[in-house]
Design a protein around this ligand. Structure first.
Ligand code: HEC
Ligand code: HEC
Length: 281
């Protein structure tokens, strides 16, 4: 073989080794991504804002690897041991405990590889909530209280939750009151909880009769309205904080104004309700 040939062969070997290494790394990242999307994404985004839990973008820079592994495996053990970071997070997130994850330290490391990559690439990962129309908001209210049935027959939200809204009385007390859910979790957070509930009781209620996408969008819109109504009635001072939910809140507030002063007679939902009432008399 000529010098040339040998050189080329060496390059080929190095290239194929490199390709194999890249593939192995990709395999790891794939598994991390799978776990993230299957398990963590119900409560976390990477660069998409907070949901039920904090945005995990850059988490590997703010915490040590060992701390994260411990936290993912048994966060409440850190909280009860008085770990100051864990206690502060737990308080900040309304004392919703992060459920223990049955993952080995290596599996958590794989996940962190994925989170690190996604944080660096800046590809904002997280659900995006579309603006709710007046029609969706009104329909969401009906879904919430069960006057409009879900296509797949799931229970109404008021069988477990209550909310402060002029049209709704006597909601359930099994689970949290949802008046401030939108301002606390943000639109994407609420959407993610409803579409993919991370809470076992709620999960069971919709496992065999899942909500459809339009139903979820309508419910998110309705909870946005409820949050905006609540914010309007807040004493001065606490308003800005409630509005920190941001643009979504503002958009919904506009929808609220148009509900109050416009649209009463032209909404197609009103027409539909009207039609139904006519039919049932
Ligand atoms: C049911 C919702 C839920 C799920 C599912 C969940 N988490 Fe969490 N996570 C939380 C909450 C809430 C917090 C805030 C701390 C607290 O309240 O205990 C948190 C906090 C964290 C923190 C600390 C963040 C920081 O800023 O220091 C990390 C890291 C974390 N979660 C990783 C994960 C990973 C990885 C998964 C998937 C294997 C996961 N979580 C699944 C709810 C969840
Ligand atoms: C079978 C009972 C049940 C039903 C039905 C149910 N949920 Fe839940 N939901 C829960 C439980 C339990 C939680 C966990 C929080 C708690 O303990 O209250 C929860 C949590 C939530 C949260 C997060 C609350 C927060 O502030 O962190 C939202 C939002 C929510 N539910 C919306 C809905 C909507 C919308 C519906 C109707 C489609 C619905 N839920 C139906 C039981 C239920």
């Amino acid at each position: 073989m000529s010098e040339w040939g040998r050189g080329l062969a060496a390059v080929a070997v190095v290239a194929s080794l490199h390709a194999r290494m890249l593939r192995a790394q990709e395999g790891q990242t794939d598994r991390g991504q799978e776990t993230f999307q299957g398990v963590c994404a119900a409560c976390h985004t990477i660069g998409g804002g907070r949901l039920v839990g904090p945005d995990l973008r850059g988490v590997t820079e703010r915490r040590s690897e060992q701390w994260i592994i411990d936290f993912v495996q048994h966060s409440q053990r850190l909280v009860s041991a008085g770990d100051s970071t864990a206690v502060a997070l737990f308080k900040e997130y309304q004392e919703i405990p992060m459920p223990d994850q049955p993952l080995s330290a290596d599996e958590v490391r794989q996940l962190l590889g994925y989170i690190r990559g996604a944080s660096a690439s800046g590809a904002g990962l997280g659900p995006v909530v579309a603006e709710a129309t007046e029609e969706q908001i009104l329909l969401g209210r009906e879904f919430f209280q069960g006057t409009e049935r879900f296509a797949n027959g799931g229970p109404s939200c008021t069988s477990c939750h209550d909310v402060t809204d002029e049209a709704i009385t006597g909601g359930g007390v099994l689970a949290r009151e949802l008046t401030t859910a939108f301002s606390r979790l943000g639109g994407p957070g609420v959407q993610s909880v409803i579409a993919n509930p991370p809470f076992p009781v709620m999960q069971r209620a919709y496992r065999d009769n899942p909500l459809t996408e339009p139903e979820v969008a309508a419910l998110v819109g309705f909870l946005g309205l409820v949050g905006a109504q609540q914010a309007l009635h807040q004493p001065r001072g606490s308003g800005p904080k409630l509005f920190a939910a941001g643009l979504g809140g503002a958009v919904l507030l506009l929808a609220l104004y148009s509900l109050a002063w416009g649209g009463r007679s032209r909404g197609s939902v009103n027409q539909r309700i009207y039609d139904r009432q006519i039919k049932s008399t």
